[in-house]
Design a protein around this ligand. Structure first.
Ligand code: GLA
Length: 681
């Protein structure tokens, strides 16, 4: 992956063989008259732009009718960019079908669970499983690839755009047909499906595949395994579209890397990205800050998780914003320093490219109030000056290109199946928020200055001395074995409430919770004790707790220590947090939601058996985030000031690659500033 990324994207179209970090944006010249294009290229050069994504929403312009094509403008744009030394990440343009297509074929439009059609007028109004859409989309891909296969500006292919952003769940008849095919492949027989879906319940037994539907609006709770499988299927249907486009691109241009932009951010959970990552040559991500108390922790978390999805290899930040977006209830502008800090935080977590949506702020259309590299005010603006300054910083950071994530002692396991299943309906509580629980553990580690890697179940979990698995709800037998081996062989597992409860079919592991992890944890839970909104419980030795409690009995008293007990609530006097020693490692269980402050107090005790603590000097902990990228001969320490104050960081060796010079052995980080130290290996 690195070599493909480096060979094309990082070297760009100007022929300079030196690796570098890519810089750029979505570029939509079709929104502007011809004379603006020349100025665009001039300003791109001034800003240090090396790559732009072109044509993402150009289907209607490229193919104005079923058999008419207009490539003249795009030829010119490609030539102009190439002459300016700027590489093109060329879109396959399939993201938004044109009006002539939806008029001729309204059967490509997605349908909601309620049976409502999503009409044209916005974008991404297509069914992932529509054979008609697929045929038209692939014809477009082939035509574009044939035309530009030898163009020297072409450095990568950008499949569609944010697959699943608006159309991940389609409940149409096409979806029903494809769902049945998917289910046949998964289960083989109806008996197996009936067993997996638990159709003995509520008289749901199927006797013919044709009876099976997507979980459409129903009289009560739809079957939970049907819902879970529909989530898996919907992710796979989009992946299938990605693969279909990729196959054509690889057939025509085997040497051009293919990517598609993921949306690892906020509550975007429809796409199982760890499962998509193998289908592309390099991982790309889009990220937008959602203002709030944990907003920059969330940015760091998402960038870190993207790195986990990319297996620690460099990835491509395909979109973020220079300042405000247009789609939140209130769209807040970034403060001075945040443009660079946000971008560099992605680089700190492995991004080898920093790109924005978009190059020039639109004058018309739904996104005209979304910031861009060149704002409405033009190049004579603080935003453009900050953009150009960041371009210069990224040039300085060229030696970082290709460096991988250096494994941290702590891993946080993030699992799509558990995310999907734990938040389904008819559960002990509807207030459980999988991502928020994981984010709170991450925030608590940031507050302690302890570096952690977000990882997926595809990773080698044994690389981390401590593995935190919040709400690991779905635990198939194989994963239970792996986690048991992990702890026995010296790893320190920490898990939480509602973990280990079901298998891959969403069937409860019987005999007491947390079923699959019961023996490993040395505890048994007879009943869950969810708390009402606003309710909390006091703990001896930690707390307070909200959301959840468990009625815990310690089953392995010899090896299991009670770290905290409930002082109030129905389980008063019983264990709340436990740790069992097993082999050379341990397995801890936290039965309630402690929030950032509670976790921050508890974590030193949980990390202690592994001997893990902060690598930062004491006075920088919590105020500065540290990440490490490791190249062949050197490692890079990124120090990100998380505060609005100046923070001196003492005692870290290395040459200053970015940031103020050292004074009296201290590296001084201004408010929201980022410094990068370089250490020889
Ligand atoms: C997404 C899309 C872009 C644009 C931005 C706005 O990332 O891919 O086309 O709509 O959101 O934030």
């Amino acid at each position: 992956m690195i070599s493909t990324l480096q060979s094309r994207m990082l070297r760009g179209a100007d022929g300079d063989p030196a690796p570098r970090l890519a810089y750029g944006a979505d570029y939509n010249p079709e929104q502007w008259p011809r004379d603006v294009w020349e100025e665009d290229v001039r300003l791109m050069r001034e800003a240090g732009v090396t790559v732009v994504s072109v044509g993402i929403f150009s289907w209607a312009k490229i193919q104005p009718g079923p058999d008419t094509w207009d490539f003249g403008w795009l030829d010119e744009v490609m030539d102009l960019l190439h002459a300016g030394g700027i590489g093109v990440d060329l879109a396959t343009a399939t993201a938004s079908p044109p009006p002539w297509l939806t008029t001729a074929h309204p059967e490509i439009l997605p349908v909601t669970a309620n049976g409502e059609t999503l009409w044209p007028g916005a974008r991404q109004h297509w069914r992932p499983t529509s054979p008609v859409f697929r045929e038209h989309a692939l014809r477009l891909v082939r035509t574009i690839a044939d035309r530009y296969k030898d163009h020297p500006a072409l450095v990568a292919w950008h499949v569609s755009n944010e697959l699943g952003c608006h159309n991940v769940y389609d409940h149409s008849d096409d979806a029903a047909r494809a769902f049945r095919v998917w289910l046949r492949a998964r289960y083989g027989t109806l008996d197996a499906l009936n067993h997996a879906w638990g159709t003995a319940f509520w008289s749901q037994r199927y006797t013919d595949w044709e009876q099976i539907l997507p979980p459409r609006l129903a009289a009560s709770h739809p079957n939970p395994t049907q819902q879970l499988d529909f989530k898996r299927f919907s992710s796979d249907a989009l992946k299938d579209h990605l693969v279909a486009e990729r196959e054509i691109l690889k057939e025509i241009t085997p040497d051009i890397p293919v990517t598609t932009n993921f949306m690892v951010m906020g509550n975007t959970k429809g796409m199982n990205y760890p499962d998509w990552a193998d289908e592309i040559d390099f991982v790309s991500n889009d990220h937008y800050v959602h203002p709030g108390p944990q907003d920059r922790d969330e940015l760091s978390f998402s960038a870190n998780l993207t790195s986990g999805i990319a297996a620690g290899r460099p990835w491509f930040l395909m979109e973020h914003s220079t300042s405000a977006v247009n789609w939140q209830p209130v769209n807040v502008a970034k403060r001075p320093g945040e443009l660079a800090r946000d971008a560099l935080l992605h680089v700190a977590h492995g991004a080898d490219a920093v790109c924005y949506f978009q190059w020039r702020q639109s004058a018309a259309g739904a996104e005209k109030y979304h910031s861009a590299m060149v704002p409405h005010a033009g190049a004579d603006s603080d935003v453009f000056r900050a953009v150009a300054e960041l371009g210069a910083t990224l040039r300085t950071l060229a030696p970082v290109a290709g460096a991988e994530r250096e494994t941290a002692a702590v891993g946080i396991l993030y699992d799509w199946d558990s995310w999907w299943a734990s938040e389904q309906d008819s559960h002990p509580t509807s207030l459980l928020d999988y991502r928020q629980e994981a984010l709170d553990w991450y925030s608590a580690l940031l507050a302690l200055g302890v570096r952690a890697d977000l990882v997926t179940t595809r990773a080698d979990l044994s690389r981390h001395q401590v593995l935190i698995a919040p709400v690991l709800h779905v635990v198939p037998a194989g994963l239970a074995k792996e986690l048991t081996r992990y702890a026995e062989q010296g790893g320190h597992l920490i898990t939480t409430y509602f973990s280990g409860v079901v298998d891959e079919n969403d069937h409860v592991w019987l005999g007491g919770y947390p079923g699959a992890l019961r023996e490993l944890l040395g505890i048994r839970i007879e009943e869950f004790g969810p708390l009402l909104a606003g309710e909390d419980v006091e703990l001896d030795g930690a707390g307070p707790g909200t959301l959840w409690t468990d009625r815990i009995t310690v089953t392995d008293a010899t090896d299991t220590e009670v770290l905290a007990s409930y002082r109030t609530g129905v389980h008063a006097g019983r264990p709340a947090i436990t740790r069992r020693t097993t082999g050379t490692g341990s397995a801890a269980y936290v039965s309630t939601r402690l929030g950032i402050d509670g976790l921050r107090s508890l974590l030193p005790r949980l990390l202690e058996p592994a001997g893990v603590s902060s690598e930062l000097p004491e006075d920088a902990r919590g105020r500065v985030e540290l990440t490490v990228r490791r190249g062949a001969t050197e490692r890079f320490l990124f120090l990100v000031n998380r505060t609005d104050e100046t923070v001196p960081v003492t005692g870290l060796a290395g040459d200053v690659l970015v940031g103020d010079d050292r004074t009296d052995d201290a590296l001084v980080l201004g408010p929201r500033a980022v410094a990068v130290l370089r250490q020889a290996l």
